[in-house]
Design a protein around this ligand. Structure first.
Ligand SMILES: *[C@@H]1O[C@H](CO)[C@@H](O)[C@H](O)[C@H]1NC(C)=O
Ligand SMILES: *[C@@H]1O[C@H](CO)[C@@H](O)[C@H](O)[C@H]1NC(C)=O
Ligand SMILES: *[C@@H]1O[C@H](CO)[C@@H](O)[C@H](O)[C@H]1NC(C)=O
Length: 246
């Protein structure tokens, strides 16, 4: 991937894989590769964004403030905080499942929260989402990228109120929103579950030609926030191991 690391973020790249591998296709007209620059996209373009892992309070301007800044904002000095950065370039309006392999990366060692972000002048960032601490690990997320006339306006985590794990005693429902596994059930943490993070992406709003994105509609009408079954590559890793374990 030809993504340059933003200069304000001297963070490490994680090993990552995006299942939408179309970013180099000829139909990608978006030449903005940095997640800290502004892009205006049309359907089937690639779109770069980042996910930063850090302690919750390091996403705010200071510990007594509720002003959350973009990880691209130098005032945050995330690079000197305990943080990690993952970069992705999915294809706009394609439902994608991003995975972050946690066999060598323990999110709880980096503060346990993540923020999705993109843009500079038109900076958008999600609220910090709890990923893991030494007791619990959340492995499944849905991120909505909301565009208006091709510009990213909003990034938010879509929760299902624990519908996907209700009645399953191997999961704990945290704050009525996240299905969590006990961290000591994870591989390399004393257990056998691959606790790699799965982040399902969907796109809503309009592209620069005001074409309406459909992928959010498709997610709502397919399965309730759980598209793992659609991804044959992952069926053999993430999904089946859940079935085996549970
Ligand atoms: C935190 O940030 C706010 C807003 O910029 C500022 O008013 C306040 O003085 C800061 N507090 C500390 C302890 O730095
Ligand atoms: C993560 O990496 C490990 C070691 O390379 C591999 O065995 C495992 O299948 C990977 N998990 C996923 C979900 O890709
Ligand atoms: C881990 O996070 C959960 C949910 O936010 C919280 O209830 C618990 O106290 C935390 N445990 C530790 C050891 O921080």
């Amino acid at each position: 991937m030809a993504i340059r690391e933003p200069s304000s973020l001297l963070l490490f790249l994680l090993t990552l894989s995006a299942l939408s591998l179309s970013s180099e296709s000829r139909s990608d007209t978006n030449h903005v590769s940095s997640p800290c620059a502004d892009a205006k996209v049309q359907r089937s373009d690639g779109f770069s964004f980042g996910i930063a892992f850090a302690p919750r309070n390091s996403f705010f301007i200071n510990s007594s403030s509720s002003v959350q800044l973009s990880p691209c904002d130098r005032r945050l000095s995330l690079s000197s905080a305990n943080s990690q950065l993952a970069l992705f370039r999915p294809k706009v309006d394609e439902i994608s499942l991003l995975t972050i392999n946690t066999s060598n990366f323990f999110p709880d060692s980096y503060g346990g929260y993540m923020v999705a972000f993109a843009g500079r002048k038109y900076a958008a960032r999600s609220l910090p989402a709890f990923v893991a601490n030494s007791t619990f690990t959340v492995t499944s997320f849905t991120l909505v990228l909301e565009f208006k006339k091709g510009r990213l306006e909003n990034l938010y985590w879509k929760r299902d109120g624990c519908a996907s794990c209700s009645g399953n005693s191997n999961f704990v429902c945290l704050n009525n929103q996240d299905c969590a596994i006990r961290t000591n059930n994870c591989k390399n943490r004393g257990g056998s579950v691959d606790c790699s993070l799965g982040i399902q992406l969907t796109f809503s709003g309009t592209d620069k030609h005001e074409t309406v994105f459909n992928s959010w509609y498709e997610v709502k009408n397919l399965r309730q926030y759980s598209l793992y079954g659609l991804y044959s590559n992952l069926r053999n890793s993430l999904t089946s191991q859940y079935n085996k374990f549970f």
